[in-house]
Structures are given as C-alpha cells and as structure tokens.
Design a protein. Structure first.
Lengths: 162, 614
C-alpha cells in the first residue's frame, strides 16, 4: 500500500490545488489568467500577502514584454514554492483582534467609523473608497453606528471558514 | 536605538502596523469571496449551456416522435396535426380579412377591467399597458391576438437587416437579453425614459423564456414597435424560437395565462418570431446582432436569406441564421464550432476584424451571454456584449446594463440591479445566496446521475472502504457529469473527507432525498425520471390537447416507451404500467401528469434543517 504522506504526494496534491484555483479564472481554457486576478488566486489558496508582496510576485511572473496575462507554466513553480515554504502565514483571529485594539487608543471597546476610515484609507497600504465602504457595510452596528470590533472579528472569522 | 521616542511616535508606528495587518487580512477575506463568486458563476454557466445541448437531443426526439406518432392510439389524424401544428410551420388556412374579422368578433366581458386596445395604437394604449402590468393585470386574449396579428403584418415588410442613423436623434439606446424579467424592463424605462421619437431603442433579442413575465414583455415591446415604427427596433434572439420556448418556459407561460386563445397565440408567435429582423446597423458603422458572427457571414448574403422560413433553427438549421443567433466571441484567433452551446461558432478577434473591415464597420454589439457587470468589451474594444436581465442566475448574481450611442458613436454604459429586498446585502450575503443556489443545482445533477457515479466510484474503491482519493473523486464526477468545473475546489462543499483524508464518496448524495413518497419504482428509474423531468413535461403538455392536465394511461405508456427507446433506457412495460396505475388515484384511466412529475421532485435536507433552526 502506498504511503499517502510521502513528499511527492504532498507536492502533487499541492500542485493540483494550484491548478484548480488557476482554472477558475482561466476563462479561455488556455492556461492563462489576467494578471489582475493573481492576487485573488494566491489569497484564495490560503496566503496573506501584502500588496507590496504581490507586486514583487507579479513582477516575477510577467513576461519580458508584459502581455497582461500570466501563464500557468510560470505560475505553478512560483506558487508551489510559496505554499511549500509557507510564506505569507495566516493572520489569526487573535492577531486581528489585537490590531483593532491597538487602533482603539482610548480603550473604548469600539471604534468610530470615521476613526477606522482614517486609519485604513490613509495608513499602511490604503484601502480604496470601495473597499472601505464594503468593510463598513459589514462592520458598523446599525443601531449604535460604531464598530464593535470584537464581534466583527468573530463574525468575519466564522464567515471565512464556511 | 531610540530611547527617547515619544509615545505618540511609538503609537504611530504601531498603528501603521495594525492598519497593514487589517488591510492584509481583509483583502484576503474578499479574495476568498471572489473565488467563491467566480466558481458559482462557472457552475451556473456550465449547467445552463449543458441544458442547451440537451435541447438538440429533444429536438431530434420530436422528429422521431412525429414519425412514430401515428402508431399511438387516440384520434389519429387529429393527434398528428397537433404535433405538426406545434413543431412545423402550418399554412394559414384563413385569409387576412377573415382572421381580422374573427378577432374583432371576440367578445370581451363587461367585467374585464384591463386595458382595451384600439388599433392603430396610441400613447394612451401603451401607457395603459404599462400601468396594467405594474398592477399585475393580464391583457385580454382578444387584444393579444390583435396585437400579434398587427405585428406580423408590420414585420412582413421589414428587411432582414435594418439600417438606422443617429442624425435625427440624440442617442440610441441598445438593450440586451431580458428573458421575461419585466422588472428590468420597467427599471430601464424608469431610468432612461419610454421609447419615443427623441428616445429610440433597439432590443437585441431573447425577450422571452426563463423569467415569468415573457408575455408582458413582448406585449409591451410589440406595442411600442407598432406605435413608433421608426424609433423602436427588435432583433431576433435564439430564444425567439418555438422549440426553445417549449423547453424554457414561454410556451407554458402562454398556455397558463391564456387557456382559450393560447394555442392560436403560439401559432401566431411562430410567424412573428421568424419575421423579426436578424440585424441592425447604425450609421453604416455599428452592427448589432443577438449572438455574433462567423467567418462565413456576409451581410449582403444575409439580407437575401428567407428568414420567415426559419421558424426554428433546431428544425431548419440555416447556417447564417444559426451563426448570427448562437455564436460567442473568444479571445483566441480563428473560428471554431461552438460545442458548448451545440450551435453557432466561437469567433476570434481576427474574424471580427475581418468582418468589420469588409463592410466598413467599426463596432459589433451583441448579447446572448450573461455578464457580471451587465456588459463587457472584448476584441480590443471592437465587440460589446450587453445583457439586460439583472440577477439572472440568482438574486445578486449580476447587474443588468444598457448602452447608449450618439452621433460620435462613443458607447456610454448604464448599469442597474433589480432588488427584491430594501435592505442592502453585504458582499458576503450576496455571495452566499448565489453560491447556495448554484450548489443546490449541482447537487441535483449529482443525484440525477447517482447510479452511474456510484458504479464509477466503486471501480476505484477495490477494497470497498467507501473512500477514494480526491483526485479519483474529481475525475469520476467530471467524466460522468461532463461539466468542466473546478471539482477539487468545490469538493469541500459537496462531499466529506474521512479521517484518512480521502473522500467518502456516498456523502455527496446525502443532502438530497426524494420529496413525496414516490410510486414503487427502482432508484434507478427514479433517477432517470428525475433527469428527464423537463423533457417529459414538455411532451405531456403537447399531448394534453385540451390542457386539462390529464392524459390517458395509454398515452402515458406510449410516450414513455417511445422516449425510453429513443434514449436507450431499458424499462419494461410492466414497471411502467404499475407506476402509471399507482398514480391513477381516481381509477378512471387518466393521469394527472403534474402530480406524476411532482413525485420526482427532490428535497434538499440541509435547507429543511436550516429552516427548522432558523
């Protein structure tokens, strides 16, 4: 009976996962995807890269003369390496909660929408207005008009696992 | 090393780190939702196109049945007439004058409080129709017949290709598929204004089928067509076809809403649909067709085609008409058969370029494919797809759109989405609703092919453990269902893993169970009946001439025999007889086929559980 946990099997299984995720965005069924979808594919495979990380990866994946498309032959080895090396480790619920607590300077237990908007659209790798609006629509408690971040984090992490 | 940093600077550093963390996390969350939204889309499209391929099979069955129908019992020639009546074009026995008189003489009861049309139509009539339909009223059969008749007369004088110019109006509005969604049409009129001399419209086909208000839509469109013949234009779509209508709901809708005059309306509609123009050209620069083009299309040749003879391309597949109505653009060069749809071509950017150049055109506008944003550009901006039925697959699945062109011929797009609820859904909720619907449809497919799937699974499971690897599971499902989907990505939503990381293959059938207690049939037969429910329904409806919902046991037996022999499904007479008799509740020799078909509905157990908990 074959050892199902041999290194080869792990690599093959990993590559099949990558192939499947790639196929979802391969609209023409010709083993290419739009370069703008690369971030989505990488993230859906379980990685948490920053925008800067993505920028570097994409630079590596693009052709000499950028065509706007990324070919599977280039994507597969790069992505396999990323997954096997466990780069861009997940952000746990606890870590996420801590991040919100840091922003809540006055330890109110909640954040005002304007506060959060200021941080997320001006600091770090700023959100677009669309991203901010979308997050607020899920995060803001409609009665109190504040972000109860503890509840928000629990809800989002639960959603993510469904 | 910074021992004298103020707390503010320190906080600022931490807050940037915290922000980056939240942003990183959130973008990943959104990406996962986007992945789910995308494969949900793939599921809907695959199933839709697979269904259209089945359509060709059904069509060949009709031919088969037509040839064999005389062997069925009943009223002999009467029966055969009915089938031809519904499937082939029939020479109109009545003259124009007689037919017109006949409709005029239909008496509308005093109690009817819907719109009463008078021809030639005026703005009062179209306004009355719009108000009535908003109030969910039905137009009396007399006026529908008159409207269809006038429309047919009008369309007869139209050429295959209509040439328009923008010079007399500010902008022309072009709308795509509506598929019986009245709410979308009303929303377009609300946002963009009603058709008029200052506000011309082109509707690019597929007005009917799938949605529930196809009748209302064509009534409105034909009324405006007669009212503003120079400013309202309709192109034929692949669903303006009576055989497609048999399968995708329009025929049923008409028969249900108009019990007395429905059949005559359908007969008239066959002619009206075949008389719809095939293409529109604006300023000799913009070509508008429903599906697309091929490397064999030539507009001069197209204008000579006898379009009225093509009642249905499924019976008379005239190449140029099929290409215009069924083709899809693709990104690779060349022109290949569209196996997905079962008709028309996939045409590449080179084909578009060649055709546009040949006729001095600069743009092709087409519909036929649902797009998430309601519209999409391809072939370096030379092709626009415009689709006007929002929420086509499911609530929240996509926007609808229309495009406006002025004399400079620069397209302006307008999007919208009909919403049933006033509460705005979050991204997550929208994805979940659509995904749930897609997965339910997929599970039903699995159920419908259970025997074949189990047989194939068991071939890999030599030791009879009930488990096989994910690869093997994906391979089996793909080859049996013949749907090109990312099965490994979908696996967590469809089947369970055992402790050893392998797939417990029987778990993919767990969620579905038969609905009502079914008649005594083997699971195998139940599966087959479930798989062909739609087709059987169509056939029963054809046989049921007086729309009583009943057919005789003999008719049922004969139909089933024919169908199963055509499909190569082995079912013995005794089983069918037993089944039929067990459903004949009144023991009067007739079967209520709707009840029969109901017995082969399925129920999603998870839905019930959620409802019970919720």
């Amino acid at each position: 009976m074959a050892d199902k946990y041999s290194a080869d099997t792990i690599i093959t299984e990993t590559q099949k996962r990558i192939s499947n995720a790639f196929d979802v965005f391969d609209h023409e069924s010709n083993k290419t995807v739009d370069v703008r979808e690369i971030g989505t594919i990488i993230r859906s495979l379980g990685c948490f890269p920053s925008e800067a990380d993505l920028h570097d990866i994409i630079a590596e994946l693009e052709e000499e003369e950028p065509t706007g498309f990324v070919r599977y032959e280039k994507f597969l080895p790069t992505m396999t390496k990323i997954l096997l090396e466990r780069k861009f480790r997940p952000i746990t619920e606890d870590l996420l909660l801590q991040a919100f607590e840091v922003l809540d300077q006055q330890k109110k237990g909640h954040l005002e929408p304007e506060e959060l908007t200021k941080y997320l659209t001006q600091e770090g790798e700023p959100f677009t207005q669309e991203e901010m609006d979308e997050m607020l629509s899920a995060a803001v408690d409609p009665d109190k008009n504040v972000i109860l971040y503890k509840d928000f984090v629990s809800m989002m992490t639960f959603d993510d696992t469904r | 090393r910074g021992c004298s940093r103020s707390t503010r600077v320190l906080f600022h550093e931490y807050s940037i780190k915290a922000a980056i963390l939240i942003q990183r996390w959130y973008r990943r969350y959104v990406a996962r939702l986007e992945m789910r939204r995308r494969y949900t889309w793939n599921i809907f499209q695959s199933i839709e196109y697979a269904g259209e391929q089945d359509q060709l099979q059904l069509s060949s069955f009709f031919s088969f049945m037509l040839d064999n129908f005389t062997h069925m019992n009943g009223n002999g020639p009467g029966n055969k007439y009915l089938i031809s009546h519904l499937l082939d074009s029939v020479v109109d026995p009545l003259t124009e004058e007689v037919r017109q008189l006949k409709y005029e003489q239909i008496v509308v009861p005093e109690s009817y409080c819907g719109p009463r049309l008078s021809f030639p139509l005026s703005v009062t009539d179209t306004n009355a129709l719009l108000s009535a339909f908003k109030e969910e009223q039905t137009l009396h059969g007399k006026y529908v017949l008159q409207l269809l008749y006038e429309t047919k007369k009008f369309l007869k004088q139209m050429p295959n290709i209509i040439y328009l110019s923008t010079s007399y109006a500010k902008e022309i509005t072009i709308c795509g598929d509506l598929h019986g969604r009245l709410d979308d049409l009303l929303l377009i009129f609300y946002k963009n204004g009603l058709p008029s001399a200052e506000n011309p419209y082109i509707f690019n086909g597929d007005f009917v089928d799938r949605g529930k208000k196809s009748t209302e839509i064509i009534i409105i469109l034909f009324a405006f067509l007669l009212l503003y013949p120079d400013h309202m234009h309709l192109n034929r779509g692949n669903h303006e076809d009576h055989i497609m209508n048999l399968r995708y709901g329009f025929t049923r809708e008409v028969m249900q809403k108009y019990k007395t005059h429905g059949r005559e309306m359908l007969q008239l509609l066959q002619d009206v649909f075949s008389l719809l123009p095939l293409a529109t050209v604006i300023d000799n620069k913009v070509l508008i067709v429903h599906g697309g083009i091929s490397d064999k299309i030539d507009l001069d040749f197209l204008s000579t085609v006898e379009r009225h003879k093509v009642k249905s391309v499924l019976r008379l597949p005239k190449r140029s008409v099929v290409d215009i109505l069924w083709s899809d653009p693709k990104n690779q060069s060349g022109c290949s058969p569209n196996y997905f749809r079962g008709g028309g071509c996939y045409f590449g950017p080179d084909v578009t370029q060649a055709l546009l150049q040949k006729h001095g055109l600069c743009l092709l506008i087409r519909s036929h494919e649902c797009k998430q944003e309601g519209y999409e550009l391809c072939h370096n901006g030379q092709v626009i797809t415009i689709f006007s039925a929002s929420n086509y697959y499911e609530e929240g699945s996509n926007r609808g759109a229309y495009v406006k062109l002025g004399p400079e011929l620069v397209p302006r797009f307008f999007q919208y989405q009909v919403s049933r609820s006033t509460r705005k859904l979050t991204l997550h909720q929208r994805v979940c609703v659509a995904e749930g619907s897609a997965l339910r449809a997929l599970k039903e497919k699995l159920y419908a092919h259970r025997s074949d799937l189990m047989a194939a699974f068991q071939q890999y499971d030599i030791d009879n453990t009930g488990r096989i690897s994910t690869s093997e599971w994906a391979q089996v499902v793909e080859s049996v269902l013949r749907l090109d989907l990312p099965w490994r990505t979908l696996r967590p939503r469809l089947a369970r893993l055992g402790a050893d990381g392998n797939v417990e293959y029987e778990s993919c059938f767990e969620d579905i169970s038969p609905g009502e207690p079914i008649p005594p049939v083997t699971p195998n037969l139940a599966e087959t009946l479930y798989r062909y429910r739609t087709d059987l329904e169509i056939i029963f409806n054809i046989i049921d001439k007086d729309h009583s919902g009943q057919i005789s046991i003999e008719e049922f037996r004969q139909t089933w025999k024919l169908f199963s022999s055509h499909l190569g499904v082995a079912v013995d007479d005794q089983t069918i007889d037993d089944m039929a008799r067990s459903i004949d509740f009144n023991k009067d020799g007739s079967i209520d086929f709707n009840e029969f078909l109901e017995a082969f509905r399925v129920v999603h157990k998870l839905d019930i559980k959620e409802q019970q908990q919720g």
